[in-house]
Ligand binder design. Structure first.
Ligand code: ACO
Length: 341
């Protein structure tokens, strides 16, 4: 499908950052009633990285961004806009993106956050691609960054074993649309009727509890904690991810067999395997990082991309399918033909 735009967008720099502190399953099982075996069997997770007390989401984002800029051979002065996808901003406001801009030494260009939970990076990539095609910006720094450990109830074994902290970043650049490769396109969805199945309740606006399951109820500590109906999330995730992949392939006229790499949101190895099976993809065409850093929400897709890129496995012209499923439920996919050397 042609956009008719004189521009296309290309990933020219990739970076990632995981905080130093590693929390293993064994250590976690001294804090809550669980075991390494249970966590590995059900999720594939072996460990997660945890942000330091004096770090913020913006610090993780800044480190990933520095690596992506360096990788692109660019400085912050070459950037026209910063977008941070995050569910765990440093503050309610200003945006984490504006804090990252300051920490990178940038000035006088737009910076803002987007919130689509674990799908934040996939949503962000669609947004960036649209703005570059529209001729609005030439180079955009897109970051997914999260401190999920700050919104976990560390006594709830149903959720605290699943998440971790980290950040991933890419630099996207405009090129003439007849340049080969680059972002092909995206498909996004949201169905708010599922909103109550995965939530972190915290009222910024002081709403009072009511009968609606998503009416906000502040817990006694005043901190949002993740609540999840795991089985239902799992079931809907596998169905919707299969559908969105099919939709993306059809919309952009791509055959399933052409996909070289599946770069999925890293929530759970069983969701990843079920999606790869639906796509009839070989397991080693699927990027897996959930074992190393658990579910890092909006950081997960760019961290997976960074992982495979640093391993030297991405070759020019290869077709990548990025996909994610998140609270909302919000889900989506991006098709990218790799154009970086
Ligand atoms: N350690 C040990 N036992 C546990 C733990 C734990 N951490 N958590 C639950 N259990 C127990 C339960 O209490 C239950 O015990 P019971 O049979 O005596 O009642 C038993 O294990 C089975 O519990 P289930 O919830 O049925 O376990 P399930 O096989 O569904 O696995 C899981 C749970 C891993 C959360 C799964 O539902 C899942 O992966 N869901 C997807 C959710 C997800 O990935 N969310 C992330 C955010 S959304 C996203 O990013 C896509």
């Amino acid at each position: 499908m042609s956009s008719g735009s004189p521009f296309s967008s290309h990933i020219v720099g990739v970076g990632g950052y995981l905080p130093e502190r590693i929390l293993s399953n064994d250590e976690l099982s001294t804090m809550v009633e669980t075991s390494d075996e249970w966590i590995r069997e059900r999720t594939g997770i072996r460990q997660r990285h945890i942000i330091a007390k004096d770090q913020h989401t913006s610090d993780l984002a800044t480190e990933a961004a520095k690596q992506a800029l360096d990788d692109a051979g660019l400085t912050i002065d070459d950037i026209d806009a910063i977008i941070v996808a995050t569910t765990t901003p440093d503050l309610i406001f200003p945006s984490t993106a504006s804090i990252v801009q300051y920490k990178l030494g940038g000035k006088d260009f737009p910076a803002w956050d987007i919130q689509a939970v674990c799908s934040g990076f996939v949503y962000g990539l669609a947004q960036v691609d649209g703005m570059i095609r529209g001729g609005m910006f030439e180079r955009i720094l897109l970051i997914g960054a999260e401190s999920m450990s700050r919104i976990l109830d560390w006594q709830d074994r149903l959720t605290c074993v699943l998440f971790g902290d980290g950040a991933g970043a890419v630099v996207l650049e405009a090129r003439a649309s007849d340049a080969p490769n680059g972002v092909i396109g995206s498909v996004l969805h949201c169905d708010g009727s599922y909103r109550h199945l995965l939530m972190a309740q915290h009222s910024y606006s002081g709403s009072v509890p009511g009968e609606d399951p998503t009416d906000f109820q502040l817990d006694s500590a005043g901190v949002a904690a993740i609540e999840m109906k795991g089985n239902e999330v799992f079931r809907v995730a596998v169905t919707k991810l299969g559908e969105v992949v099919g939709e993306a392939l059809e919309r952009y006229g791509v055959e399933q067999s052409e996909i070289d790499w599946l770069v999925p949101h890293q929530a759970n190895i069983r969701i990843l395997k079920a999606t790869a099976k639906k796509l009839k993809m070989n397991q080693n065409q699927m990027v897996v990082t959930v074992n190393h850093h658990a579910n890092t929400s909006a950081a997960s897709v760019p961290l997976a991309l960074n992982h495979i890129y640093r391993e030297g496995k991405l070759k020019q012209g290869q077709l990548l399918l990025l996909e994610a499923f998140a609270s909302g439920f919000a889900w989506g996919a991006n098709l990218v033909r790799w154009s970086k050397g």
